[in-house]
Design a protein around this ligand. Structure first.
Ligand SMILES: [Zn+2]
Length: 453
């Protein structure tokens, strides 16, 4: 009942207030410097938040920054977040242990895990990648944690040649190439997301008194399969997380806001009626991964527990907010979960290299505010996003949304090595939204009929 009331009021706020705000020129802020009015009384609820952060430690950011598809990104994100002391100090810092092989095998196939964790020397030619590797190794040596016996600088002779067929079988040939220290990265990434789960499991007792939110911006690798890497995802830390959370929470909803369909997570739980997966994504012929049609709704006992919202080119803030408030939230309210996992992929931002969607950081923040206002314990993870400096802004801003603080972002702190000096440095977003009102109405009609709203 309470959630329905929240939804009614939210819808009113969204339908009447937000569209007006979104019409305003992006660079003009009549209300506050974020372009949105101060949180509504509803959004700025009395429910206090307890927010943890993982992935920030130098060891994690340097290692995660080695992932070839997101070179340097983790350093950019966490350097920006840490440069705002007033924000970073409010977060509970989690200490991370590497996940064990046994923990990885809770979801992944053992043969695949053994292959991923095999110690190997890998020859790298790309100069930016080499630079990142040297930087990590230098730091690791200075902290006395460098694994000398497995990495040698003066050789090329003891490089292990992996069998091409095996590389192909495990998805490590094309967009997930092997890279030095990959084994350490994988264990740390999984450990980091699992520690975030344990924070929620420990603090979930009364989310209405203190809503626990655990953040790991390095996580959110939604394309990883049981025995195959895919789409820049070497393992699927989300599926591992959901299995861990199930030890405490009986029903979990997973919401995937990445530009791409959350196929790996959906496949993992397509037979379950305890895990509902909801994915909004760009869907078109030839667009990766190609799955996620509206008729794909789960299998067997899990029928109706996979929800796919395929969207077209140019998705605007307004359309995303309509999808969140008019489709996703009513669906979640019908499911009545006791925990929420959000994959916050940022490749739908207007500034992303994909140039497919037209989302702004502020609009994304509004979508997250809506989801957090349901007061579930929430695991917030990263995802895609290929413009490092914009991803740093997005995740720093979303951290303030999680903390429920109205932080005045203006000029970036001096010590940040960003190409720009303003936090809000995007003023033009020119893209036609092919997701017109009729299209969103139709999606709402189909999914509404399925869930009875
Ligand atoms: Zn993506």
């Amino acid at each position: 009942m309470e959630n329905s009331c929240v939804s009614d009021e939210l819808n009113k706020f969204r339908n009447e207030v937000i569209p007006e705000i979104l019409k305003q020129p992006h660079s003009v802020s009549s209300t506050n410097q974020m372009g949105f009015p101060p949180s509504s009384p509803l959004l700025n609820s009395q429910v206090q938040r307890k927010v943890s952060i993982a992935g920030y430690h130098w060891y994690e950011t340097e290692l995660t920054s080695l992932v070839p598809s997101n070179l340097g990104r983790s350093n950019s994100i966490y350097n920006m977040l840490k440069s705002y002391n007033e924000i970073f100090n409010k977060l509970e810092k989690l200490t991370i242990k590497k996940a064990t092989k046994l923990e990885l095998c809770k979801f992944h196939d053992e043969e695949f895990v053994n292959f991923l964790l095999k110690k190997r020397n890998i020859s790298i030619k790309d100069s930016s990648q080499l630079e990142a590797i040297k930087k990590y190794q230098l730091e690791a040596r200075s902290h006395g944690v460098f694994d000398e016996k497995n990495y040698h600088e003066d050789e090329n002779n003891d490089i292990i040649e992996d069998d091409e067929k095996e590389l192909f079988k495990f998805g490590l040939k094309f967009d997930c190439p092997l890279f030095p220290h990959m084994d350490e990265y994988i264990q740390l990434l999984a450990g980091s997301t699992l520690s975030s789960c344990r924070f929620l499991m420990k603090n979930h007792q009364n989310p209405l008194l203190k809503q626990p939110i655990a953040i790991n911006w390095n996580g959110g690798r939604h394309h990883g399969k049981r025995s195959k890497a895919a789409g820049f995802c070497y393992i699927n830390d989300i599926s591992l997380a959901i299995l861990e959370l199930r030890k405490t929470f009986s029903k979990i909803v997973y919401i995937d806001l990445d530009l791409h369909h959350g196929d790996g997570v959906e496949n993992s739980f397509s037979f379950s009626d305890k895990i509902m997966t909801l994915s909004v994504h760009r869907k078109d012929l030839g667009f990766f991964p190609g799955t996620g049609g509206i008729d794909n709704k789960g299998k067997g006992k899990g029928l109706k527990y996979s929800v796919n919202i395929p969207l077209k080119h140019g998705l605007s803030d307004r359309s995303l907010l309509r999808v969140i408030d008019e489709i996703i939230i009513p669906t979640i309210e019908k499911f009545k979960p006791d925990c929420m996992v959000i994959q916050c992929g940022g490749d739908g931002l207007s500034t992303d290299d994909f140039k497919e969607w037209n989302l702004s950081i502020k609009g994304y923040g509004e979508a997250i505010k809506s989801l957090l206002s349901l007061h579930h314990p929430v695991l917030m993870l990263g995802g895609g996003g290929y413009n490092n400096s914009q991803m740093a802004r997005l995740y720093t801003y979303l951290t303030t949304i999680a903390l429920d603080i109205d932080f005045k972002f203006d000029i970036l702190p001096d010590d940040l090595n960003d190409e720009d000096y303003e936090f809000w440095n995007v003023h033009e977003m020119n893209m036609i939204d092919e997701n017109n009102d009729n299209y969103i109405d139709e999606l709402k009609r189909i999914i509404g009929a399925r869930y009875g709203f």
